[in-house]
Design a protein around this ligand. Structure first.
Ligand code: NAP
Length: 263
Protein backbone atom coordinates (compact mmCIF):
# COMPACT_ATOMS: atom_id res chain seq x y z
CA UNK A 1 0.00 0.00 0.00
CA UNK A 2 1.34 3.41 -0.85
CA UNK A 3 1.85 6.21 1.71
CA UNK A 4 0.22 9.06 -0.19
CA UNK A 5 -3.56 9.41 0.10
CA UNK A 6 -5.45 8.39 -3.04
CA UNK A 7 -8.40 10.23 -4.58
CA UNK A 8 -10.68 9.04 -7.38
CA UNK A 9 -12.48 11.69 -9.43
CA UNK A 10 -15.12 10.37 -11.83
CA UNK A 11 -15.51 12.14 -15.18
CA UNK A 12 -12.15 13.84 -14.72
CA UNK A 13 -10.96 13.85 -18.33
CA UNK A 14 -12.29 17.40 -18.80
CA UNK A 15 -14.21 20.26 -17.23
CA UNK A 16 -14.63 20.62 -13.48
CA UNK A 17 -13.46 17.05 -12.78
CA UNK A 18 -10.12 17.71 -14.46
CA UNK A 19 -9.66 20.88 -12.38
CA UNK A 20 -10.53 18.98 -9.18
CA UNK A 21 -7.97 16.32 -10.12
CA UNK A 22 -5.32 19.01 -10.71
CA UNK A 23 -6.06 20.67 -7.37
CA UNK A 24 -6.00 17.41 -5.45
CA UNK A 25 -2.58 16.45 -6.85
CA UNK A 26 -1.33 19.91 -5.90
CA UNK A 27 -2.47 19.10 -2.36
CA UNK A 28 -0.50 15.88 -2.09
CA UNK A 29 -2.90 13.27 -3.42
CA UNK A 30 -2.31 10.55 -5.93
CA UNK A 31 -5.28 11.07 -8.21
CA UNK A 32 -7.11 8.58 -10.37
CA UNK A 33 -8.56 10.38 -13.36
CA UNK A 34 -11.79 8.47 -13.98
CA UNK A 35 -12.82 8.52 -17.62
CA UNK A 36 -15.17 6.35 -19.64
CA UNK A 37 -12.68 6.63 -22.49
CA UNK A 38 -9.33 5.41 -21.12
CA UNK A 39 -7.27 7.24 -23.74
CA UNK A 40 -8.87 10.57 -22.81
CA UNK A 41 -8.28 9.80 -19.13
CA UNK A 42 -4.63 9.03 -19.73
CA UNK A 43 -4.14 12.18 -21.81
CA UNK A 44 -5.75 14.24 -19.03
CA UNK A 45 -3.61 12.51 -16.39
CA UNK A 46 -0.45 13.27 -18.39
CA UNK A 47 -1.45 16.95 -18.52
CA UNK A 48 -1.63 16.94 -14.70
CA UNK A 49 1.64 15.19 -13.90
CA UNK A 50 3.22 12.08 -12.43
CA UNK A 51 0.77 11.84 -9.51
CA UNK A 52 -2.24 11.43 -11.80
CA UNK A 53 -3.24 8.20 -13.53
CA UNK A 54 -6.01 7.45 -16.00
CA UNK A 55 -8.63 4.93 -14.90
CA UNK A 56 -11.32 3.52 -17.19
CA UNK A 57 -14.64 4.16 -15.46
CA UNK A 58 -18.07 4.44 -16.99
CA UNK A 59 -20.40 5.18 -14.09
CA UNK A 60 -23.34 3.59 -15.93
CA UNK A 61 -21.56 0.27 -16.47
CA UNK A 62 -21.30 -2.12 -13.52
CA UNK A 63 -18.47 -4.18 -15.09
CA UNK A 64 -16.42 -1.02 -15.60
CA UNK A 65 -17.10 0.11 -12.01
CA UNK A 66 -16.15 -3.28 -10.53
CA UNK A 67 -12.98 -3.47 -12.63
CA UNK A 68 -11.99 0.05 -11.50
CA UNK A 69 -12.43 -0.89 -7.83
CA UNK A 70 -10.35 -4.04 -8.31
CA UNK A 71 -7.61 -2.11 -10.06
CA UNK A 72 -7.43 0.45 -7.26
CA UNK A 73 -7.13 -2.33 -4.68
CA UNK A 74 -4.49 -4.31 -6.55
CA UNK A 75 -2.38 -1.37 -7.77
CA UNK A 76 -2.66 1.20 -4.98
CA UNK A 77 -4.20 -0.68 -2.07
CA UNK A 78 -6.08 2.33 -0.74
CA UNK A 79 -8.73 4.95 -1.51
CA UNK A 80 -9.17 7.99 0.72
CA UNK A 81 -11.38 10.32 -1.31
CA UNK A 82 -14.12 9.67 -3.83
CA UNK A 83 -15.37 12.62 -5.85
CA UNK A 84 -18.54 11.68 -7.73
CA UNK A 85 -18.22 14.35 -10.39
CA UNK A 86 -19.32 12.66 -13.65
CA UNK A 87 -22.57 14.17 -14.84
CA UNK A 88 -24.65 15.06 -17.87
CA UNK A 89 -27.32 17.70 -18.37
CA UNK A 90 -29.02 16.05 -21.34
CA UNK A 91 -28.75 13.00 -23.53
CA UNK A 92 -27.39 14.63 -26.67
CA UNK A 93 -23.92 15.53 -27.80
CA UNK A 94 -22.20 18.68 -26.45
CA UNK A 95 -23.24 21.82 -28.31
CA UNK A 96 -26.97 21.98 -27.53
CA UNK A 97 -27.82 25.57 -26.53
CA UNK A 98 -29.03 25.84 -22.92
CA UNK A 99 -32.26 27.53 -23.92
CA UNK A 100 -33.18 24.57 -26.12
CA UNK A 101 -32.21 22.07 -23.40
CA UNK A 102 -34.38 24.01 -20.93
CA UNK A 103 -37.39 24.04 -23.27
CA UNK A 104 -37.17 20.35 -24.15
CA UNK A 105 -36.79 19.49 -20.45
CA UNK A 106 -40.13 21.00 -19.42
CA UNK A 107 -42.14 18.39 -17.47
CA UNK A 108 -45.02 18.45 -19.99
CA UNK A 109 -42.80 17.51 -22.93
CA UNK A 110 -39.61 15.97 -21.52
CA UNK A 111 -38.55 12.73 -23.16
CA UNK A 112 -38.66 9.90 -20.65
CA UNK A 113 -35.68 8.36 -22.41
CA UNK A 114 -33.69 11.51 -21.66
CA UNK A 115 -34.88 11.63 -18.03
CA UNK A 116 -33.76 8.00 -17.59
CA UNK A 117 -30.38 8.62 -19.24
CA UNK A 118 -29.63 11.63 -17.03
CA UNK A 119 -30.71 9.83 -13.85
CA UNK A 120 -28.66 6.80 -14.90
CA UNK A 121 -25.48 8.90 -14.82
CA UNK A 122 -26.20 11.58 -12.20
CA UNK A 123 -28.04 9.43 -9.64
CA UNK A 124 -27.73 5.66 -10.19
CA UNK A 125 -24.10 6.06 -11.28
CA UNK A 126 -23.24 7.77 -8.00
CA UNK A 127 -24.89 5.02 -5.96
CA UNK A 128 -23.16 2.27 -7.96
CA UNK A 129 -19.69 3.84 -7.80
CA UNK A 130 -20.02 4.67 -4.11
CA UNK A 131 -21.13 1.13 -3.23
CA UNK A 132 -18.22 -0.35 -5.19
CA UNK A 133 -15.64 1.94 -3.57
CA UNK A 134 -16.97 1.69 -0.01
CA UNK A 135 -14.91 -1.37 1.01
CA UNK A 136 -11.72 0.57 0.17
CA UNK A 137 -12.99 3.81 1.74
CA UNK A 138 -13.91 1.99 4.96
CA UNK A 139 -10.27 0.94 5.33
CA UNK A 140 -8.94 4.52 4.92
CA UNK A 141 -8.09 6.52 8.07
CA UNK A 142 -10.23 9.58 7.18
CA UNK A 143 -12.24 8.83 4.08
CA UNK A 144 -14.42 11.41 2.35
CA UNK A 145 -17.06 11.22 -0.36
CA UNK A 146 -17.89 14.41 -2.26
CA UNK A 147 -20.83 14.45 -4.65
CA UNK A 148 -20.75 17.21 -7.24
CA UNK A 149 -24.33 18.45 -7.19
CA UNK A 150 -25.92 21.71 -8.29
CA UNK A 151 -27.87 24.58 -6.78
CA UNK A 152 -30.43 23.82 -9.49
CA UNK A 153 -31.35 20.72 -7.46
CA UNK A 154 -32.32 22.74 -4.40
CA UNK A 155 -36.06 22.47 -3.73
CA UNK A 156 -35.83 25.58 -1.59
CA UNK A 157 -34.26 27.70 -4.34
CA UNK A 158 -36.63 26.44 -7.00
CA UNK A 159 -39.71 26.96 -4.86
CA UNK A 160 -38.70 30.58 -4.22
CA UNK A 161 -40.79 32.81 -6.55
CA UNK A 162 -38.07 35.50 -6.54
CA UNK A 163 -35.49 33.09 -7.99
CA UNK A 164 -34.99 34.28 -11.57
CA UNK A 165 -33.43 30.95 -12.60
CA UNK A 166 -36.55 28.91 -11.83
CA UNK A 167 -37.54 28.65 -15.46
CA UNK A 168 -34.54 26.35 -15.92
CA UNK A 169 -36.02 23.90 -13.40
CA UNK A 170 -37.30 21.13 -15.64
CA UNK A 171 -37.96 17.43 -15.35
CA UNK A 172 -34.49 16.27 -16.32
CA UNK A 173 -31.26 17.72 -14.89
CA UNK A 174 -32.49 19.63 -11.81
CA UNK A 175 -34.50 16.73 -10.33
CA UNK A 176 -31.50 14.44 -10.86
CA UNK A 177 -29.50 16.75 -8.61
CA UNK A 178 -32.37 16.95 -6.09
CA UNK A 179 -32.25 13.16 -5.93
CA UNK A 180 -28.46 13.27 -5.62
CA UNK A 181 -28.78 15.64 -2.65
CA UNK A 182 -31.20 13.25 -0.95
CA UNK A 183 -28.89 10.32 -1.60
CA UNK A 184 -25.93 12.30 -0.26
CA UNK A 185 -27.78 12.82 3.01
CA UNK A 186 -28.82 9.16 3.15
CA UNK A 187 -25.22 7.97 2.69
CA UNK A 188 -23.99 10.56 5.22
CA UNK A 189 -26.43 9.33 7.84
CA UNK A 190 -25.63 5.68 7.25
CA UNK A 191 -21.86 6.23 7.31
CA UNK A 192 -21.79 8.74 10.17
CA UNK A 193 -20.65 6.14 12.70
CA UNK A 194 -17.81 4.95 10.43
CA UNK A 195 -16.11 8.37 10.32
CA UNK A 196 -16.59 8.64 6.54
CA UNK A 197 -17.94 12.13 5.78
CA UNK A 198 -20.25 12.55 2.80
CA UNK A 199 -20.93 15.97 1.29
CA UNK A 200 -22.51 17.56 -1.75
CA UNK A 201 -21.03 20.64 -3.42
CA UNK A 202 -22.06 22.99 -6.19
CA UNK A 203 -19.33 24.40 -8.45
CA UNK A 204 -21.34 27.41 -9.62
CA UNK A 205 -22.37 28.20 -13.19
CA UNK A 206 -19.13 27.28 -14.94
CA UNK A 207 -18.37 27.31 -18.67
CA UNK A 208 -18.02 23.65 -19.70
CA UNK A 209 -19.44 21.25 -22.29
CA UNK A 210 -22.27 20.55 -19.84
CA UNK A 211 -23.81 23.95 -20.59
CA UNK A 212 -22.46 24.60 -24.08
CA UNK A 213 -19.83 26.85 -22.44
CA UNK A 214 -22.57 29.34 -21.53
CA UNK A 215 -21.51 29.30 -17.84
CA UNK A 216 -20.27 32.60 -16.46
CA UNK A 217 -17.36 31.25 -14.42
CA UNK A 218 -14.43 29.14 -15.54
CA UNK A 219 -13.04 25.96 -14.01
CA UNK A 220 -9.97 27.77 -12.69
CA UNK A 221 -11.81 31.00 -11.80
CA UNK A 222 -15.25 30.15 -10.39
CA UNK A 223 -17.96 32.72 -10.47
CA UNK A 224 -17.83 34.78 -7.30
CA UNK A 225 -21.44 35.35 -6.38
CA UNK A 226 -23.00 35.92 -2.99
CA UNK A 227 -25.14 32.83 -2.99
CA UNK A 228 -25.02 29.12 -2.81
CA UNK A 229 -24.17 28.58 -6.44
CA UNK A 230 -20.60 29.57 -5.72
CA UNK A 231 -18.29 26.77 -4.89
CA UNK A 232 -15.13 25.46 -6.40
CA UNK A 233 -12.56 22.81 -5.96
CA UNK A 234 -11.74 24.74 -2.78
CA UNK A 235 -15.00 23.41 -1.45
CA UNK A 236 -14.04 19.87 -2.35
CA UNK A 237 -10.83 20.30 -0.41
CA UNK A 238 -12.68 21.89 2.48
CA UNK A 239 -15.20 19.07 2.46
CA UNK A 240 -12.30 16.67 2.59
CA UNK A 241 -10.65 18.37 5.54
CA UNK A 242 -13.88 18.90 7.43
CA UNK A 243 -13.90 17.46 10.94
CA UNK A 244 -16.77 15.87 12.77
CA UNK A 245 -17.53 18.76 15.10
CA UNK A 246 -17.98 21.26 12.27
CA UNK A 247 -20.67 19.24 10.55
CA UNK A 248 -24.06 20.68 9.80
CA UNK A 249 -27.04 19.26 7.97
CA UNK A 250 -29.73 20.71 5.72
CA UNK A 251 -30.72 21.11 2.12
CA UNK A 252 -30.89 24.87 1.82
CA UNK A 253 -27.99 26.50 0.04
CA UNK A 254 -27.80 30.15 1.00
CA UNK A 255 -24.42 31.07 2.33
CA UNK A 256 -21.87 33.32 0.66
CA UNK A 257 -19.02 31.12 1.72
CA UNK A 258 -19.56 28.30 -0.72
CA UNK A 259 -21.78 25.34 -1.10
CA UNK A 260 -23.85 23.97 1.70
CA UNK A 261 -22.26 21.08 3.51
CA UNK A 262 -24.93 18.54 4.01
CA UNK A 263 -23.24 16.78 6.84
P1 NAP B 1 -18.37 18.39 -18.54
O1 NAP B 1 -17.23 19.27 -18.92
O2 NAP B 1 -19.35 18.01 -19.59
O3 NAP B 1 -17.75 17.07 -17.87
C1 NAP B 1 -18.55 16.00 -17.51
C2 NAP B 1 -17.66 14.80 -17.26
O4 NAP B 1 -18.49 13.69 -16.92
C3 NAP B 1 -16.88 14.38 -18.53
O5 NAP B 1 -15.61 13.93 -18.16
C4 NAP B 1 -17.72 13.24 -19.07
O6 NAP B 1 -16.97 12.31 -19.84
C5 NAP B 1 -18.11 12.61 -17.74
N1 NAP B 1 -19.18 11.63 -17.90
C6 NAP B 1 -20.41 11.78 -18.44
N2 NAP B 1 -21.06 10.61 -18.43
C7 NAP B 1 -20.22 9.69 -17.86
C8 NAP B 1 -20.30 8.32 -17.58
N3 NAP B 1 -21.38 7.59 -17.89
N4 NAP B 1 -19.25 7.72 -16.98
C9 NAP B 1 -18.14 8.42 -16.66
N5 NAP B 1 -17.98 9.73 -16.94
C10 NAP B 1 -19.02 10.35 -17.53
O7 NAP B 1 -19.25 19.01 -17.38
P2 NAP B 1 -18.85 19.72 -16.00
O8 NAP B 1 -19.52 21.02 -15.99
O9 NAP B 1 -17.40 19.65 -15.74
O10 NAP B 1 -19.64 18.78 -14.97
C11 NAP B 1 -19.04 18.15 -13.87
C12 NAP B 1 -20.06 18.06 -12.75
O11 NAP B 1 -20.37 19.37 -12.28
C13 NAP B 1 -21.39 17.42 -13.16
O12 NAP B 1 -21.83 16.54 -12.15
C14 NAP B 1 -22.32 18.62 -13.26
O13 NAP B 1 -23.67 18.28 -13.05
C15 NAP B 1 -21.76 19.50 -12.15
N6 NAP B 1 -22.15 20.91 -12.26
C16 NAP B 1 -21.70 21.66 -13.29
C17 NAP B 1 -22.08 23.00 -13.36
C18 NAP B 1 -21.61 23.90 -14.47
O14 NAP B 1 -22.07 25.06 -14.53
N7 NAP B 1 -20.73 23.43 -15.36
C19 NAP B 1 -22.92 23.55 -12.39
C20 NAP B 1 -23.36 22.74 -11.35
C21 NAP B 1 -22.96 21.43 -11.29
P3 NAP B 1 -16.96 12.36 -21.47
O15 NAP B 1 -15.86 13.32 -21.85
O16 NAP B 1 -16.67 10.94 -21.85
O17 NAP B 1 -18.31 12.83 -21.92
Amino acid sequence: MQDKPVALVTGANKGIGLQIAKDLTAHGFTVLVGSRNLEKGETAAKSIGADAHGLQLDVTNQDSISAAAERIRSELGRLDVLVNNAGISHQGQPGRPLEEVGKSGRPSVASLEEVRAVFETNVFGVIAVTQAMLPLLREAPTARIVNVSSGSGSLTLNANPTNSHREMFGAVYSPSKTALNAITIAFAIELESTGIKVNAVCPGFTATDLNNFEGTGTVSKPRDIPCALHCSTRTVRRAHSQTKDTNSRGDVVSSGTGSRRYV
